[in-house]
Ligand binder design. Structure first.
Ligand code: ATP
Length: 309
């Protein structure tokens, strides 16, 4: 049974549709990652699930619990990473953890949380003296004080250097070993690939695709972009495009004038068929290239946008 299920979530802010239609279910122990460009609706989605923002429509359930009927129970069983700016600068690391622990009826021993976030040595340091990565680890620690089953981390590694990012990955992997469920948002494709059981790509408030990283990469690596330029003008390119689209292995095409791009899972076979077609029609092919797909191409293929970290 899923530990979290969201159906048809929708949220508008005035004329802006932040979330148009988001549905997914997360199984116990999964690291489930929502990835997408700025403004895609990741934070709004998370905030609705965390009970911080009320959806305009749609449902959110944590097993048998929902916000309308069981808000107190949900609050003690989920962990929400606060923004780094919500940390108390004038308190030490340990004091911040102890303060947050007082908000809950049951909490995890502070020493254990410090160990998990690798801040035992810094426990007596004031927050204002911590590095960006240490502050971020403390914020994750604050999401763990009540020993929740589900933890929400909103872009925990944004703006951190590679080593600081890896330290955060270690914490997420430790949470997984403990059997916790983690819902993560990120801008980083590499991070999504390394940590996640499943990745959900969102754009403009909607899910564009959702699968295991392996399946997404598999889809990518199987597909190749083939480019053709024809010497006999637009009509020849258009007829060749139609011939390409008649092949099952061709997933989509784009044409600009006499230049044609197509995506195929069988580039050799596609070219063989297309050469047969152009020869029969007497069209001359000027240029051909086959491009390998990269991981980022999945994103671009689904959203039509360049990938930005
Ligand atoms: P980022 O990666 O930049 O954090 P995001 O994917 O988390 O982006 P959201 O923060 O959910 O995206 O924002 C989605 C859209 O909704 C954006 O256009 C944003 O400007 C708008 N939006 C979000 N919160 C509010 C708000 N409180 N009031 C008005 N508009 C908002």
């Amino acid at each position: 049974m899923p530990v979290l299920e969201v159906r048809s979530l929708q949220k508008r802010y005035g004329s802006v549709t932040a979330v148009e239609d988001i549905s997914f279910a997360v199984e116990p122990g999964e690291v489930f990652t929502i990835i997408g460009p700025n403004g895609a609706g990741k934070t709004t989605t998370l905030e609705m699930i965390e009970g911080l923002v009320t959806p305009d429509s749609g449902t959110i359930s944590f097993g048998p619990l929902n916000w309308a009927k069981n808000s107190e129970q949900i609050k003690i069983s989920i962990g929400v990473q606060p923004q780094a700016s919500a940390l108390f600068d004038m308190l030490t690391v340990k004091e911040n953890l102890e303060l947050f622990a007082t908000f809950y009826p049951h909490s995890r021993p502070t020493a254990e949380v410090l160990e998990m976030i690798n801040l035992t040595e810094q426990q007596h340091k004031y927050v204002k003296k911590l590095s960006g990565g240490q502050k971020q680890r403390l914020a994750i620690g604050l999401a763990m004080v009540n020993d929740p089953d589900i933890i929400f981390l909103d872009e925990p590694t944004t703006g951190l250097d590679p080593q600081a990012r890896r330290n955060i990955w270690d914490i997420i992997l430790k949470l997984k070993e403990l059997g916790k469920t983690t819902i993560l948002t990120t801008h980083y494709m590499e991070e999504a690939e390394k940590l996640s059981d499943r990745v959900c790509i969102v754009d403009q408030g909607k899910i564009v695709t959702m699968d295991t990283p392996a399946a997404l990469i598999d889809r990518l690596t199987k597909e190749r972009e083939v480019r053709l330029a024809l010497m006999d003008g637009e009509q020849a390119a258009s007829a060749t495009e139609q011939a390409a689209l008649r092949q099952e292995t061709v997933t989509r095409t784009e044409r600009e004038g006499a230049s044609l791009k197509l995506w195929t899972t069988q580039p050799e076979e596609t070219l063989y068929v297309l050469f047969g077609f152009t020869k029969e029609r007497g069209y001359r092919v000027e240029q051909i290239s086959i491009r390998e797909m990269s991981l980022e191409d999945v994103f671009i293929a689904f959203t039509g946008k360049e990938w930005r970290d």
